[in-house]
Design a protein around this ligand. Structure first.
Ligand code: ANZ
Ligand code: ZN
Length: 814
């Protein structure tokens, strides 16, 4: 018989499937809808092994659901805007659009060679004007609702990429893309009011997300409940935010961030020189550097604030451990109970006053070694003495202070509004027009999309080509008809992935972002992708859906009913794959050598999907060999040689218990165990082929069920086996992939007896079929009754008898 040759079958079936429209989703087809979505890639040029890893298991699961009767939508597109296209343009002098669409073509071909069930008729790229037109439409709608606005403020600026960055795009003080340390600049910028939804985004009732993602989002939103307390200063009242209003009597100094607006006014002439020098130096440090442990730095302004209760004069300092962008950019410092304030007070010899004491502890020493930051009991605070500290008293204390006009309850969030515009070319143009007479005007809806100009000039300085394109910039004011200028900013490319899951419902619809008559396909039932998107993309898309809901566009509260993250495939050395480490595995090479089915199987088998792990080149041969054995099972004649003693019940048990496991594992997304179970079943079937079961209806059933179970995992070989070996193919089009998934015969899948090997002095001599609940005596009696075993015991002394229930019997003789 011919050998398994993936290259002879894979391309053939891919073509046939495409011709038959096998994977074209039809919303009117029978079956409950299931929307399975994997995060779309950036068209960088090549699919890497990580893309395969991320896509194959969800593809197999989507196929399994389809065979079980669900009407499964499984689309794919390209997240096509962003800097790499522009950098390629600068470096190689190629139009970003051409670069992007060439990459998309190439990567689509790579996806097809994977043999996925993606419905390519729904593909789009976010750089299609037909798509980004709706980014512009959304932006104007957000603006009309007060959710998009422009303001002056301190922003992150990447000097290399020549653009502003969202907080979310600054990683350890550096630009997420190029690693250049980020500077702070005061600029007039567009923002989206995501903070309006901060509280709702902390609520995960309508979405099932991994604990880790929920935690990361919760920390990012960073809700702090506390109070605002106002101190008088020579430059007017100054309000600070504190989570510990119970420590107010311990506030012995005040600290302003270097960028705080009152720093100038509060600095006395004697202190001017050193304060200015300090502020300047702080401007060169990133927020992360400022918050790092270590020596606290700061300078005295020369001015004092009035403590709102005691009336004491407390010194006002400037220090960079206070962030300009959090709370009011100023704090009341309580060195006895806050670590950072304590370190600062020690460094500059400022007074430390105890106002919270641990239950049962004595007074804090005059020269304490460390602050006490627990909740404790309030002391040295007049009327508050004896009250419990911390959360228990915040409400009471704030109410009292509020009555005296000193404080009010306040909740603060770490989450900032989404800095939304970029000074770059390859993104969605902000649809606004600036008119000298009428001010800022939205582009009228019937003039959308505002398309990106082509053939623009890219300069090595990175200056925005839109700014340099005078012809594109000049337009007419939609209000007065006079000459006006287009906004030259483009949108953050995270806008594109914020609502793309809606676009797949009707990718070419031109009456709105998506066709409302397709809303029944929402939400995405299962969304899969990398954990690296836990904050940015996943938070933004949740926000976007909530705004869409409030606009009346959808009834969904969340874009994704369920989210699961895959792990990462590392290099053979256990390090992250990267060109510079030289440990990159190219999936194309592997497909050329082994075929897609082997690569698919291997990637599902290599590690628990949600964990990932290092690549193992020696391991690929395993699945290749396995599929070869599977092939032979169907194509080779019964081998000659000794018969195996398998019964029909044994074979049915193996088949149906495997099926039961495969179902359960697909459900819980445990993919490596599916492959392991199928491999084990293969061993049993290879044996069964040499048993009396071969050729019986039970054998036929086994081959048929095995074939169906193989289909989601290794779709090409399964199709070939189905078409060639399993009688008359059924269905229209005839394909294994539209066959009904088999159902478990519960009676066959469970049994109370097991077949175990019997050893005599460590050598396997036979097998016995015994009850799972057999006692050791019963098991050994059955073993000795087996003639194959008895022969080796006869005339010998039995010195030891071992029975490992369900596994093995060993009779040691002398
Ligand atoms: C007095 C105090 C006493 C504080 C005490 C803490 C402990 P979270 O929980 O992160 O919200 N803070 C306020 N604004 C700040 C800023 N712009 N930069 C740096 N620190 C700032 O932290 C809130 C606490 O962080 C506030 O409560 C304030 O210090 C400080 F025993 O006020 B606290
Ligand atoms: Zn005008």
């Amino acid at each position: 018989a011919e050998r398994y040759n993936p290259h002879a079958i894979e391309g053939k079936w891919q073509e046939q499937w495409e011709k038959d429209g096998l994977y074209t989703f039809n919303e009117d087809a029978p079956g409950e809808k299931y929307y399975a979505l994997t995060m779309f890639p950036y068209p960088s040029g090549n699919l890497h092994i990580g893309h395969w890893y991320a896509n194959i298991a969800p593809d197999a699961r989507a196929r399994w659901l389809r065979m079980r009767g669900y009407n499964v939508l499984f689309p794919m597109g390209f997240d096509a805007f962003g800097l790499p296209a522009e950098n390629a343009a600068i470096k190689n002098n190629v139009d970003p659009a051409i670069w992007t669409y060439q990459n998309i073509d190439h990567m689509t071909g790579q996806f097809k060679r994977m043999g996925t069930m993606i419905d390519w008729s729904r593909k789009f790229a976010t750089s299609d004007p037909e798509y980004y037109r709706w980014n512009q439409w959304f932006f104007i709608e957000f603006w009309k609702r007060g959710l998009a606005y422009k303001k002056d403020g301190l922003v992150n600026w990447c000097p290399k990429d020549q653009t502003v960055l969202a907080n979310e795009q600054v990683v350890n003080g550096a630009c997420e893309r190029c690693g250049t340390p980020v500077e702070r600049r005061n600029l007039n910028q567009w923002y989206l009011r995501i903070t309006d939804y901060a509280d709702e985004l902390l609520d995960f009732t309508h979405t099932d997300m991994p604990e880790k993602v929920r935690l990361m989002q919760t920390n990012w939103i960073g809700k702090s409940v506390g109070a605002e307390v106002t101190f008088d200063t020579p430059a007017g009242p100054e309000t600070v935010f504190t989570t510990r209003p119970d420590t107010l009597m311990g506030a012995t100094f005040m600290v302003l961030a270097p960028e705080h607006a009152k720093v100038r006014a509060l600095t006395t002439p004697e202190q001017r020189e050193i304060v200015e020098a300090y502020v300047k130096a702080a401007g060169r440090k990133t927020d992360v550097e400022r918050q790092q442990e270590g020596e606290k730095t700061g300078v005295f302004t020369g001015s004092f604030a009035t403590h709102p209760i005691s009336g004491h004069q407390v010194p006002i300092w400037v220090a960079d451990y206070v962030l300009a962008t959090y709370g009011s950019g100023s704090i009341m410092a309580v060195p006895a109970h806050d670590e950072r304030d304590f370190a600062f007070a020690r460094a500059f010899d400022l007074p430390i006053v105890e106002v919270i004491r641990a239950e049962g502890a004595g007074p804090m020493p005059a020269d304490p070694e460390e602050p006490y930051s627990g909740e404790g009991v309030i002391v040295n605070s007049g009327e508050f003495d004896g009250m419990p500290g911390g959360k228990a008293s915040i409400a009471t204390i704030v109410a009292k202070l509020e009555a005296q006009g000193i404080a009010r309850a306040k909740t603060t969030y770490r989450l900032r509004d989404w800095l939304f515009a970029r000074q770059r070319y390859w993104g969605t143009p902000v649809p606004f027009i600036h008119c000298e007479k009428c001010g800022m005007q939205p582009v009228p809806y019937d003039q959308l999309p505002v398309e990106l100009p082509r053939n623009v000039e890219f300069t090595p300085t990175g200056q925005s080509p839109l700014k340099l394109d005078q012809e594109w910039r000049s337009t007419t004011c939609p209000n007065c008809g006079g000459p006006a200028e287009r906004d030259t900013d483009t949108m953050d490319t995270f806008v594109d992935s914020s609502w793309y899951m809606y676009r797949y419902l009707s990718p070419h619809y031109d009456g709105g972002p998506f066709d409302p008559s397709k809303a029944k396909l929402l939400p995405v039932d299962l969304y899969t992708g990398g954990i690296e998107h836990a904050i940015l993309h996943l938070l933004y898309s949740r926000f976007w859906t909530k705004v869409m809901r409030d606009m009346g566009l959808t009834e969904q509260h969340e874009p994704f009913a369920r989210l699961r993250n895959q792990g990462m495939i590392l290099g053979e050395d256990g390090e992250k794959m990267s060109k510079s480490r030289g440990n990159v595995i190219d999936p194309d090479d592997l497909v050329n050598e082994y075929g897609a089915d082997t690569v698919r199987t291997f990637l599902m088998f290599i590690a628990p999907w949600e964990l990932g792990g290092p690549w193992d080149s020696r391991g690929v041969g395993g699945p290749a060999k396995w599929l070869g054995r599977v092939w032979n099972l169907y194509f080779e004649d019964k081998p000659v040689g000794p018969e195996e003693k398998l019964t029909e019940a044994d074979v049915r048990y193996a088949v149906h218990s495997t099926l039961k496991k495969v179902d359960a594992d697909f459900e819980r997304m445990s993919f490596n165990t599916i492959i392991a179970a199928l491999m084990e079943l293969t061993n049993t079937l290879v044996k069964a082929k040499r048993s009396p079961v071969y050729g019986t209806p039970v054998w036929d059933e086994a081959l048929s069920i095995f074939n169906l179970m193989l289909a989601p995992v290794a779709p090409h070989i399964a199709e070939e086996l189905y078409q060639q070996r399993l009688g008359t193919p059924q269905g229209d089009p005839a394909s294994v992939h539209v066959q009904q998934w088999p159902s478990v015969d519960e009676a066959a899948a469970t049994r109370d007896s097991v077949t175990i090997g019997v050893q005599v002095s460590g050598k396997v001599r036979g097998e016995v079929n015994i009850s799972k609940t057999a006692t050791p005596e019963e098991a050994l009696a059955a073993a000795k009754a087996n003639p194959d075993v008895a022969r080796f015991i006869e005339g010998k002394d039995v010195v030891k008898e071992i029975y490992v229930p369900g596994r093995i019997i060993n009779i040691v003789v002398r």
